[in-house]
Design a protein around this ligand. Structure first.
Ligand SMILES: *Cc1c(COP(=O)(O)O)cnc(C)c1O
Length: 229
């Protein structure tokens, strides 16, 4: 019952954070991050009504997806190498969340065209400027915005970020606010509505919701501690 109990707690916490921000709970999608967890665990979440799952490695996702009921929706949340784009698109992810360069976006655009599909993506932003991390810097994103929006076959749904880990969830607030502000700026420039902001994980999703997250990516708070061995 652990997973069901945790899911219940998280749904309650999302509703609470939404209410504090004057938002409805329905405006927030809970993405259950199932990486490293077995299908038996994912099925427990499914039995509790969860349908949207996130994996960060393509290979692992390809193994799990066929074992789960058809009405699940899958997001790829980890980095994607350009030589794996075709595989990822053929796999049928509802959303590819971590598109971190114009080059990768252009590759997705080209291959989506070849496959005759539209690829739904988020652009990953390196919002707090950590040198070691993936993602567009805010400045880069503004410079490359026109080029990105002109790529055919891409549905750029919004922005995502993975800020540096912090001990106190409140310390993540400035990064979340910065992502929201950047999205507002890009919306004003047009031509995309950019409805989605994917931010917040187990430790800080409530703060993210208060700052406007529409997708929170929660793993360990649902499934327990991850074992990488
Ligand atoms: C693993 C992962 C998460 C979930 O992290 P938790 O702290 O377990 O909630 C969210 N987003 C990304 C991109 C991840 O790789």
């Amino acid at each position: 019952m652990y997973i069901q109990d945790q899911l219940g707690e998280i749904r309650k916490a999302i509703s609470g954070a939404a209410a504090r921000a004057g938002r409805t709970a329905e405006s927030i999608t809970l993405l259950a991050v199932s990486k490293t967890f077995p299908v038996s665990d994912i099925l427990q979440a499914y039995a509790d009504g969860q349908r949207i799952f996130g994996e960060n490695r393509l290979q692992e996702a390809m193994e799990k997806m066929p074992q789960m009921p058809q009405d699940c929706e899958w997001h790829l949340i980890g980095p994607l190498q350009r030589n794996k784009v075709r595989k990822a698109l053929e796999q049928g992810f509802a959303l590819i969340q971590a598109v971190d360069s114009l080059k990768l976006a252009a590759t997705i655009s080209r291959i989506a065209g070849e496959l005759g599909i539209t690829a739904h993506i988020l652009l990953e932003v390196n919002i707090d400027g950590e040198a070691s991390k993936h993602g567009f810097t805010p400045q880069q994103l503004e410079e490359e915005w026109e080029a990105l929006t002109e790529l055919p076959g891409l549905d750029i749904r919004g922005l995502m970020c993975i800020p540096a880990p912090v001990d106190n969830p409140q310390d993540a607030r400035p990064a979340f606010a910065a992502l929201r502000t950047l999205a507002e700026k890009l919306r004003e420039r047009g031509p995309l509505p950019l409805p989605e902001l994917s931010m917040g994980m187990s430790h800080d999703f409530e703060v993210a919701v208060e700052e406007g997250a529409t997708i929170v990516r929660v793993g360990s708070a649902i499934f327990g501690k991850r074992d990488y061995t």
